[in-house]
Design a protein around this ligand. Structure first.
Ligand code: PMP
Length: 409
């Protein structure tokens, strides 16, 4: 009989995960749930997923696939029908001409990235990651034995990488530049004019390849026009991996479908990785994703406007707080506000706020609002709010944060 299922002195942990730890976001969510279990009225604004439901026609396509017996393994990196639907989407929406052989379908954009880095990164290889960044990027590079090269892009520069920074970060060991627009966590997005100088640097450095994570493509605001780098620089397309998926646009985070589009050799290498991990993405989810890409997408506009209204509410509320400044994000469903003006202040119980983590802990313990410190995304002193939550919750959360911040002396 097993004596102890909780811990075992003989457990062996691989070196490749030595630098990884449970993310700050998970720690905060765990604490938030504990407080909730104690009966506290906790509002959690840490989630990275839309609060909408998957559209009905997409759900029905999944159900129809089950009823039609589409419940078996599919070809390794995607069904021909889904690959074609992805090619059509990229042509229709992004003016990109890809063939099914250029497409890789995985269990979420996260697995696309995992496959790409696992298939291309050797120990010591470098990946340039503008900061703040979605922590998964650096963690996957670490798992592969690579070196994440973090380049700080503060709010004053719109959280966007500048061409001179990119130039300075490139070394002979650089393999990839990782771009994410609109960004998690900052909500910042690159216009065509902002991308062009970066692409010019890449053109001068033919050993550097580009991953662009476009997962928030359909969530942009005001008159911002989304453009993906491959669209602007066709001459670089043989070293660009476009990453996208249906998780955020179609509120399908649980269906786990993401895709990559890139040069055939890379796509084949990614398929090798997938063949020895998940084999293929869920057959049912792939069928639903075809409907998501080909079907009626008129709901996107309504959802976009709903997010925009919530963005405006949160940004305005945060900017009313003395010591907090929040730039207006162009996209995604996050605000990334600076709390620099609150650092050094004292809480009513006599503790000093020394960092963004201290601030977020104070807000969680005192106001019962779960928000995530910038340190979790590599840039301080900031905090991220996910506004993919009900408007009433957002109003209440902002009012609690305002009250707690004004109690600091
Ligand atoms: N990229 C970014 C920037 C994200 O924020 C997320 C989800 N948090 C993903 C990729 C992963 O999405 P998926 O559900 O398709 O794996």
């Amino acid at each position: 009989m097993c004596a102890d299922l909780v811990s075992h002195p003989g457990f062996f942990r691989a070196n490749r995960i030595a630098k990884l730890s449970v993310s700050e976001i998970i720690k905060i969510s765990t604490r938030a749930r504990e407080l909730r279990a104690e009966g506290k009225p906790v509002i959690i604004l840490g989630a990275g997923e839309p609060d909408f439901d998957t559209p009905e026609h997409v759900k029905q396509a999944g159900i129809a696939a089950i009823n039609a017996g589409q419940t078996k393994y599919t070809p390794l990196d995607g069904t021909p029908e889904l690959k074609q639907a992805i090619c059509d989407k990229l042509s229709r929406e992004n003016e990109l001409d890809y063939q099914p052989a250029n497409i890789s379908v995985s269990a979420g954009a996260k697995q696309v990235l995992f496959n790409a880095f696992m298939a291309t990164i050797n120990p010591g290889d470098e990946v340039i990651i503008p900061t703040p960044f979605w922590t998964t990027y650096a963690d996957i590079v670490e798992v592969c034995g690579g070196e994440p090269v973090l380049v700080k892009c503060p709010g004053e520069k719109g959280f966007r990488l500048q061409a001179d920074q990119l130039e300075a970060a490139i070394t002979p060991k650089t393999k990839w530049l990782m771009l994410n627009s609109p960004s998690n966590p900052s909500g910042a997005a690159y216009s065509a004019e902002e991308l062009k100088p970066l692409l010019a640097v890449l053109a001068r450095n033919p050993h550097v390849w580009l991953v662009c994570d476009d997962i928030y493509e359909h969530i942009t605001y005001d008159d911002f026009e989304f453009v993906t780098p491959a669209q602007l620089a066709p001459e670089l397309r043989d070293r660009i991996l476009v990453v996208n998926g249906v998780s955020k646009s179609h509120a399908m985070t649980g269906w786990r479908i993401g895709y990559g589009a890139g040069p055939v050799e890379l796509i084949k290498a990614m398929a090798v990785m997938q063949s020895q991990s998940t084999s293929c993405a869920s057959s049912v989810s792939q069928a639903a994703a075809i409907e998501a890409l080909n079907g009626d997408n008129s709901f996107l506009e309504e959802r976009r406007l709903s997010f925009q209204e919530r963005r405006d509410l949160v940004v305005a509320g945060l900017n009313e707080i003395d010591g907090v400044t929040c730039r207006v994000p162009e996209g995604a469903f996050y605000t990334f506000a600076s709390c620099e003006g609150l650092i050094g202040k004292t809480t009513p119980s006599g503790k000093t706020i020394e960092s963004d983590s201290d601030f977020c802990r104070y807000i969680l313990e005192e106001s019962h609002v779960a928000i995530v410190p910038g340190s979790a995304f590599g840039l301080s002193p900031y905090f991220r709010i996910s506004y993919a939550a009900a408007k009433s919750e957002l109003v209440e959360a902002i009012s609690r944060i305002q009250k707690a911040a004004s109690a600091l002396t």
